[in-house]
Design a protein around this ligand. Sequence first.
Ligand code: BGC
Length: 726
Amino acid sequence: MTHEAPDMRIEALLQAMTLEEKVGQLTMVRGGAGAGGPELSPEQLDDVRAGRLGSILDIWAKDGIRRAQDVAVNESRLGIPLLVTLDVLHGYTTIFPIPLGEAAAFDPVLWEATARAAAVEAAAAHIALTYAPMLDVARDPRWGRIAESPGEDPWVAARFAEAKVRGFQHELAAPDTLAATAKHLGAYGAVTAGREYASVDISARSLHEVHLPAFAAAVAAGVAAIMPAFNDLAGVPMTANAAILQGLVRDRWGFDGVMISDFGAVAELIAHGVAADLAEAAALAMQAGVDIDMVSDVYPKGLAAAVHSGLIAEALVDAAVRRVLTLKARLGLLDDALRGSSKAPPDRRQAHRDLARDAARRAIVLLQNHGDLLPLRGEGKHLAVIGPLADAQKDMLGPWYAAGRADDTVSFLSGIRDALPGWRISHEAGCGIETADAGQFAAALQAARNADVVLLCLGEAAGMSGESASRARPDLPACQRRLAEAVFGLGKPVAVALGAGRPLTVPWLFEKADAVLATWFLGSEAGSALADVLTGAWNPGGKLPVSWPVAVGQMPIFYGQRPTGRPADPANRYTSQYLDIPVAPLFPFGHGLSYTRFLYGDLRLSAAEMSLGESVTVEVDIANDGPAQGEETAFLFIRDPLASIARPVLELKGMAKIALAPAASGTVRFALSCAEVAFPDAEGRPVLEAGIIEVLVGPSAERERMLKAVLQIAPFNEGATAADLK
Ligand code: BGC
């Protein structure tokens, strides 16, 4: 390749390309001839040689990638390197907690750091683009992909988006970075009844208010790529949704990066019933702005036909190729197909393991701790570690674990053994995740009987969450319930480590367990992190990024509901409630206990009134009134009690952390701007209305525990625009 300015090189390449070579740049295949593999097949290498392939997914051997790049650069006519891509969601070799677990840390610094570490490791393996961050706001725990999401809140999802884009992309031209992909646009989390790949039919208002802000934040942070979702939105499959992909994301938000279809999604336009054949499917996706066809083989087979028959203009293809080549140039691929990763990178393994341990313990949420069973106290006692997740290295990795290895993962059992050398630790699985065996069961009960304290490690196998893992009954499999009930029946103190990619509907468990920790899928250092929390070496500070339901019937469940004309009133049947279960979740969004107690003092606003373009500072004093050092996350919510449309009963607008020693106190501060107080209209344009806003600060979305002040939004000239709000 020459070293002209990238745009000149790109234009020169475009000029030189045949239509077949252009389509090649827009075509992605999966490594190993369709099944994912260490290298490209001989036929795929022939396609690279002929300029018929521009990018690859799921190829994992460095040798295989080098070979493919060598063919692309040295044996194809134009010498354009391949874009090598992989799902690096929560780590590459060092695996961090699943995104839902990381979200529980409410910590953008951590979110950025783990993405940075993942990028460093993956880039060293010659990967250039990741399919992350996943930004689907998820409010239905039946949907398995809630595990990959930052949870139920749009404001949190937007902060998660910015942090992850910064972390993965860093300085994109540097050798140890990845291009990030914001996925899956949009509203995939709202699939009907939580059923994977189902239809989405929601209002334009909730689309703009709930599902799109994280994508807008990713675009503002400079995300390199976007992946449209599999679902349709009110009849328009996202892969063909020109109004959103083109009209909103490219034209209004100014996104100039690459759009990559989801896996096989261009071909699925035929199954959706909006395209008759391959040429129509190709034309619809191309018109919507989908640049790369991920493995559906529609662009290679249908795009040229669509151009020749006049369904689309070749200029659209040129624009897509230009964007793909621009990304390759931004990544430095046009100068070095391996982006400097052929040199051995500095050894950061230990630093990344330390980060994984820190991330994992920050992800753990102490849901319940009756009688202060935790942290474990005393010496020489007997702890029985029981349950199918006690020694389950592979399951600790969760879904999408890239190059993570089970044998490189600290199980709960080994972490606990290391941390409590003075204790007797016995272990019995008791049952499998979904299977029981009488002998195992009896041995577990015997171990529990002999113990001073029991730790039950229950939950899902990694494969029970993630893609294509919807569960109509997101609870514990029957054998685990039987095991738990039998252990509870012994009357011993019982702590439960509940591992899953979603909140599980197990109210019976919370009635009987003394302590319960949400342990999600914690990654490579799962066992060390759990041990840190059990021993009190780490005081848990994680909080729920999702409302924890009592029962499936409450789903979708989220705190940011709109008020009803008939708010729930147990004394009045004709109000918004259920006859058989409460309306409230078992644990609200933001719930999470600590080994200490935090007291919230006065709430102060820097001004009682806010005018257009201004912001106010909100301050709250917090004291540590308990026995341990700890870190508290405080949340800032607003409520607009009177507006032109009914506003949600609570909206998150800030989070702040404070670390306090026992008896110490300090102040948390939040900035609340006009832009945060504005709400989107049905087209997604911000609207600010004069009047009163309630400002609320508390430890969770539990209204009763919040401090409140009132802020006046001053009257202003109508016709103010988004720019005026800042
Ligand atoms: C998933 C995406 C993923 C892609 C590539 C699809 O099935 O929906 O999230 O990035 O596969 O592996």
